[in-house]
Design a binder for this molecule. Structure first.
Ligand SMILES: Cc1cc2nc3c(=O)[nH]c(=O)nc-3n(C[C@H](O)[C@H](O)[C@H](O)COP(=O)(O)OP(=O)(O)OC[C@H]3O[C@@H](n4cnc5c(N)ncnc54)[C@H](O)[C@@H]3O)c2cc1C
Length: 464
C-alpha cells in the first residue's frame, strides 16, 4: 500500500467501486479545494462487485426513483463518451442494444402499466408473440421445468417488451474515467489498503470507554461533539477525517455494524456463466423485429434477454459468448465470505465465487424450458465467476447520514453501476450539507428520499 500523504482529510471514502468513484469525482467537481482520500482494498479501481458485474444499464424500472437515477446516469455515460474519444472505441463505454423481457400474460399487462405511468419517460415498445417467436430455438409454451420434474411447467410467454435506453457499459472504462478524472482534480487514492475500523478515537472533547474506545450512550445527544475521527488500516496505520463516506459495497456493514450504524442491506453472492456453441452463435445472429438502437450497421442486434423464469442472457458479440445470470436469493446464505473489519484484509476472489457445478444444477433449469437446445450438451461452459448484490429492503439504493460524520451509500440491489453517477451527485450534495442534488438530467432530487429515516420511495418490482 502507498501511504496517504496527509494525516487529516476533509473526506475519506472507503471503496473505489461504482459508488465510491462517482462520489469522489462529484465531490471534486463541486469543490476542488477539499482534501479527499479514497481507500481501496484492491490494486485497481472498480475491482469489487463492479468488476464482477454484467454491467448492464436500463432505465426500465417500476420505481420512478430508480428510473430517474438510472436514466440520468445513462445520459451522463453517453455524454462523457461523446466528449472523450478514448471512451468511444475500439470497445465503446456505452453500448445500447436493448433489453427484451419475454413475459407471461399477467406480467405483460403489469409492465405495460409501468410504461403508461411513466408517461413517455421510459422508451420501450411491446412485441407480439409472433414477433418474439422469431428468436431461434425459443419455446414460448414450455412443457416442463426440467427433466424428471413433475411440477407444472413454467408460464408460457405471451409477448415481449423491448426497452431501448438499455444496454451495457464497460465497467473498467467507467471506473478508469472516474478514477483518472478524480485523481486529476486532486483526489488521493491509496490502493491495496484496507480500512479495518472507524472510530471516535483521538477526540479530546469526548470521553471514551476504555478499552473499547466506544462513546458513552448519553454522548449521542451532545449535538456536534460526537464525531468519527479516525480510519484505521489493517496494517496499524490510520488517518483522521471530518467525514467518512462508506462506499464499501457488500463489505460496508463490516465497518458500520461495530459503530452501531444500520445499513438495512443484505449482501448475497451472485454468479455469471459464460457459454459458447452453435446455439449461442444462432442466437447472437438474431435480428429482433425492432427499430435498431445506435448500431453502426443499422441493424438490430441480439438484446439482453430476460426469460419469465428470471434467467438473463447477455450477448458478448466479439467472443461469441452469452453470459447467463439470474438473481439468487435462496441458494446461498446472506453475507460475505470476507470480513475486512475482522481480518484487516479483503481477499475478494471473484473466480472463487463462481461454481461450475451450479450452472447445470441451478441455472440451466431456468433457461432450458424456454430454450430447449440450451442443455448441458448444447452449450459449452467457458467461464464462471461471482460477486455480490447488496440488497436493500425495497430494491432502491440507500444513502444515510449519521450526525457524527458517517455517510453510507450502497444497497445497489444488483443495479448500482447503472445508477452510480446519480448516487455520486447525491453523496457530494450530502457532504456539502445540501438537501437536494441536481442530477445530470437536470432534475432536482432530494437526498433523504433514499435515507432510512425519511425514505420516500415505492418498492422496485423489476430486479434482475
Ligand atoms: C454477478 C453480478 C452481476 C451484476 N450485474 C449488474 C448489472 O448488470 N448492472 C448493474 O448496474 N449492476 C450489476 N451488478 C451490481 C453491481 O456490481 C453493483 O451495483 C455495484 O458494484 C455496486 O457498487 P458499490 O460501489 O456499492 O460496490 P463495489 O463495486 O463492490 O465497490 C466496493 C469497493 O469497496 C472496496 N472495499 C470494501 N470494503 C473495504 C474496506 N474496508 N477497505 C478498503 N476497501 C474496501 C471493495 O474492494 C470494492 O472495490 C452485478 C453484480 C454482480 C455480482
Amino acid at each position: 500500500m502507498s501511504s496517504p500523504r496527509r494525516e487529516h482529510y476533509d473526506i475519506v471514502i472507503v471503496g473505489a467501486g461504482a459508488f465510491g468513484l462517482a462520489s469522489a469525482y462529484h465531490l471534486m467537481q463541486e469543490d476542488p479545494t477539499r482534501s479527499v482520500l479514497v481507500i481501496e482494498a484492491r490494486s485497481r479501481p472498480g475491482e469489487g462487485s463492479m468488476g464482477a458485474s454484467a454491467a448492464m444499464v436500463r432505465d426500465v424500472f417500476s420505481s420512478r426513483d430508480n428510473h430517474l437515477l438510472a436514466k440520468s446516469s445513462i445520459a451522463f455515460y453517453r455524454a462523457i463518451m461523446q466528449e472523450h474519444e478514448e471512451l468511444r472505441g475500439p470497445v465503446p463505454l456505452l453500448d445500447l442494444y436493448g433489453y427484451l423481457w419475454l413475459l407471461p400474460e399477467g406480467r405483460m399487462r403489469e409492465y405495460l402499466g409501468i410504461l403508461r405511468e411513466s408517461a413517455g419517460s421510459i422508451d420501450a415498445a411491446a412485441l407480439t408473440l409472433d414477433e418474439v417467436r422469431s428468436c431461434p430455438g425459443l419455446e414460448a409454451t414450455p412443457s416442463r421445468w426440467y427433466e424428471g420434474d413433475g411440477s407444472a411447467p413454467p408460464e408460457p410467454i405471451a409477448g415481449g417488451l423491448f426497452g431501448r435506453n438499455c444496454g451495457a457499459v464497460a465497467p473498467e472504462m467507467l471506473a478508469g474515467f472516474y478514477h483518472s478524472a478524480a485523481s486529476g482534480a486532486g483526489v488521493e487514492f491509496v490502493f491495496d489498503a484496507v480500512a479495518q475500523r472507524l472510530s471516535f478515537e483521538g477526540r479530546e472533547e469526548i470521553l471514551l470507554h476504555e478499552p473499547s474506545g466506544r462513546p458513552f450512550a448519553f454522548q449521542e445527544h451532545m449535538s456536534g461533539r460526537l464525531r468519527i475521527s479516525q480510519v484505521s488500516f489493517g496494517d496499524g496505520r490510520s488517518v483522521r477525517a471530518d467525514t467518512v463516506v462508506v462506499a464499501g459495497g457488500a463489505w460496508s456493514s463490516r465497518l458500520l455494524d461495530p459503530l452501531g450504524v444500520a445499513s438495512a442491506c443484505s449482501p448475497r453472492p451472485q454468479q455469471l456463466f459464460a457459454v459458447s456453441g452453435t446455439v449461442v452463435d444462432e442466437l447472437l445472429a438474431w435480428q429482433p423485429p425492432v427499430r435498431p438502437i445506435d448500431a453502426p450497421s443499422g441493424r438490430s442486434r441480439f438484446p439482453f434477454v430476460i426469460l419469465p423464469s428470471g434467467a438473463t442472457l447477455k450477448p458478448i458479440f466479439p467472443q461469441r459468448h452469452i453470459w447467463i445470470g439470474g438473481v439468487d436469493t435462496v441458494a446461498h446464505p446472506i453475507g460475505t465470505r470476507e470480513d475486512p473489519g475482522r481480518d484487516g484484509r479483503l481477499d475478494f476472489d471473484s473466480a472463487a465465487l463462481g461454481d461450475r457445478e451450479a450452472f447445470g444444477t441451478d441455472f440451466l433449469p431456468s433457461v432450458s424450458p424456454y430454450l430447449p437446445r440450451f442443455d448441458t450438451s448444447g452449450v459449452r461452459l467457458e467461464n464462471t465467476w461471482g460477486g455480490y448484490y447488496t440488497f436493500s429492503p425495497d430494491g432502491l439504493p440507500v444513502l444515510t447520514e449519521e450526525p457524527y460524520g458517517v455517510i453510507f451509500v450502497g444497497g445497489d440491489s444488483g443495479s448500482g453501476v447503472m445508477k452510480a453517477d446519480s448516487l455520486g451527485r447525491l453523496v457530494a450534495a450530502t457532504c456539502a450539507g445540501r438537501s437536494e442534488a441536481r442530477l445530470y438530467s437536470g432534475e432536482s432530487y432530494r437526498c433523504d428520499r433514499l435515507s432510512l429515516q425519511h425514505r420516500a420511495v415505492a418498492p422496485e418490482r423489476i430486479i434482475l
